[in-house]
Design a protein around this ligand. Structure first.
Ligand SMILES: Cc1cc2nc3c(=O)[nH]c(=O)nc-3n(C[C@H](O)[C@H](O)[C@H](O)COP(=O)(O)O)c2cc1C
Length: 203
């Protein structure tokens, strides 16, 4: 999923974010403290969970600072929240968010908690674009590669051993994509991802 949020001056942001299902079926977001997403949620407590499986959009929104996009992201007005959503997604959950303390964070001083937790209350669910579901191993592998790369970006300076391990995982994703869909957009996503990773790991 790609989460859209906005700063208090209205500037929108989009970033891939996991959504966890809590004990009581609540939806929980866990942005790292140093993300624009976390800063925005602290200023404007609402968001849109944009549901998509577009691997190129995952890449583009994960690496906004590294990759200059040819086109603006297609933000459009949401139905029930001020934060905009992205045009053409499979479905949207418009949510309000409230900070909550994770059991781990309860044991640590606030300033040392890297991952924040927000519980969502769902204002609306809209699923306007539901295509037939086709399982694509290449799509999943490309999205996995982007996830591993966001971790390498955060860790390459402090934990080279872990970064090497993650690089090996990206290379496995690449081998799979090359086998099942070598000429697909997902293959391009993996190659672009590896280019960024090599740049960080060389630096
Ligand atoms: C599928 C996927 C899921 C991700 N989930 C999270 C997450 O739950 N929390 C987080 O902090 N980063 C997550 N990331 C990494 C962020 O998307 C990445 O750090 C991004 O650059 C943050 O953007 P922002 O600074 O605009 O918020 C995820 C990346 C991918 C590709």
């Amino acid at each position: 999923m790609i989460l859209t949020t906005a700063a208090s001056n209205g500037t929108p942001n989009a970033a891939p974010m996991g959504v966890w299902v809590g004990e009581d079926w609540s939806l929980v977001l866990r942005p790292f403290r140093d993300t624009a997403t976390a800063r925005n949620l602290a200023q404007m407590p609402e968001a849109v969970i944009n549901i998509t499986n577009d691997s190129a959009l995952f890449f583009r929104t994960a690496f906004k600072d590294e990759v200059s996009a040819k086109e603006e992201l297609p933000f459009e007005a949401s139905q029930t929240v001020e934060v905009p959503r992205l045009h053409g997604m499979l479905a949207y959950l418009e949510v309000g968010v409230e900070p909550r303390q994770s059991p781990k964070a309860a044991k640590e001083p606030k300033s040392e908690v890297d991952v924040l937790e927000y519980e969502c209350s769902v204002h609306s669910i809209d699923a306007p674009n539901q295509p037939p579901v086709v399982y694509s191993r290449a799509r999943c592998a490309a999205i996995e590669a982007v996830i591993h790369a966001t971790r390498i970006r955060a860790l390459h300076a402090s934990d080279p051993a872990k970064s090497k391990q993650l690089l090996a995982q990206i290379q496995e994703c690449r081998a799979l994509v090359q086998r099942v869909a070598p000429a697909s957009p997902h293959a391009r996503v993996v190659e672009d991802t590896l280019r960024l990773v090599h740049r960080w790991m060389k630096a």
